[in-house]
Design a protein around this ligand. Structure first.
Ligand code: FAD
Length: 302
């Protein structure tokens, strides 16, 4: 029996482990893929307070070391569900079951990908899924944003402030995001809309050099030279296994209160998988500390 089981070893889960261990709780962290979470895909982080520059791997390694030094147990297991037994919870994994007094879900999100063959190889080499994180690397350069919803439009607004040229590529003939954002972009001299168009090829071997585009209506092909591509076609929260115990909103995020408590007593949520506005390392680590301390208070009051 552990005090707290944490699902997911990204910034949120590892920070939760750090705070819980420092409060003398026993902690098991379960991770299905990459220790450190999605930040390990980032070649450079420049917006984490106190560190002017570091790679995602460097950040993840330091955090994992810090948590292991506090005595965390971290296992490679995929969690498939959580059973509520009242005072205890059973965490079900592909390998077996674990018991705890409280559980923190910190499973993050997946960025929806275009699905082109060399997309993964070019991530961090011209392809990004986050303008807040990587926009500054493209100052004075030409970039494209793929998508037509609010996230894509907001990314385009942000990029238009520093980039020479921003193309917004949308598969439909209209935007699905707010008209106010579309208007704001329309007023900018350095923004151009490419509507009813999809990307068929990512050009470049070591880094992105350009895009092949196909116009949906007549299937004509064009080429677009860009230094960067920001893919903003949606996020997929990794929350399917927790729909019953934690409750999901219409977009699949877990709703919680200010203390990161879900609808079930003793089940907390932290990081990108939670319903919130901003998904960054700072907000994930903040959630991790809040959820851990709330879980500790919950256990102490049992
Ligand atoms: C390319 C890239 C660059 C970025 N750059 C920056 C940046 O510069 N600055 C910044 O602040 N943010 C950046 N971000 C965003 C940042 O990485 C996230 O906001 C942050 O990692 C969220 O942390 P998290 O712990 O909530 O989720 P994640 O980091 O996604 O971690 C969740 C973990 O849970 C695991 N998991 C999921 N489901 C299960 C399951 N069923 N069982 C067990 N484990 C599970 C996952 O494998 C994953 O390791 C970037 C993101 C990407 C993709």
């Amino acid at each position: 029996m552990y005090d707290i089981i944490i699902v997911g070893a990204g910034p949120a889960g590892l920070t939760a482990a750090l705070y819980a261990l420092r409060a003398d709780k026993t902690v098991l962290v379960l991770e299905k893929g990459t220790f450190g979470g999605q930040i390990t895909y980032s070649p450079q982080i420049e917006n984490y307070p106190g560190f002017a520059k570091m790679s995602g791997n460097e950040f993840a390694e330091k955090l994992i070391d810090q948590v292991l030094n506090q005595g965390a147990e971290i296992e490679m297991e995929t969690v498939t569900g959580i059973r509520d037994n009242g005072a205890t919870k059973t965490v079900i994994t592909e390998e077996g079951e674990h018991e705890a007094k409280a559980v923190i879900i910190a499973t993050g999100v997946k960025h929806r990908q275009i699905g082109l063959p060399n997309e993964n190889e070019l991530v961090g080499e011209g392809i990004s899924y986050c303008a807040v994180c990587d926009g500054a690397f493209f100052k004075g350069q030409t970039v494209a944003v793929l998508g037509g919803g609010n996230s894509a439009l907001q990314e385009a607004v942000l990029l238009s402030e520093g980039c020479k040229k921003v193309y917004v590529i949308q598969n439909l003939d209209y935007f699905t995001g707010e008209a106010r954002l579309v208007e704001k972009l329309r007023e900018k001299d350095n923004v151009e809309f490419i509507m009813g168009t999809v990307i068929s090829e990512l050009e470049g071997e070591k880094s992105l050099e350009g895009l092949k585009l196909i116009k949906e209506s007549d299937k004509t092909e064009t080429e677009l030279k860009v230094d960067g591509l920001f893919v903003a076609i949606g996020l997929i929260p990794n929350n399917g296994a927790f729909a019953d115990i934690a409750g999901l909103d219409d977009w699949g995020y877990i709703d919680s209160d200010e203390a990161c408590l879900t609808k079930t007593a003793g089940v907390f949520v932290a990081g990108d998988c939670r319903k919130k506005q901003i998904r960054q390392i700072t907000t994930a680590t903040a959630d991790g500390s809040v959820a851990a301390l709330a879980a500790c208070r919950y256990i102490d009051s049992m």
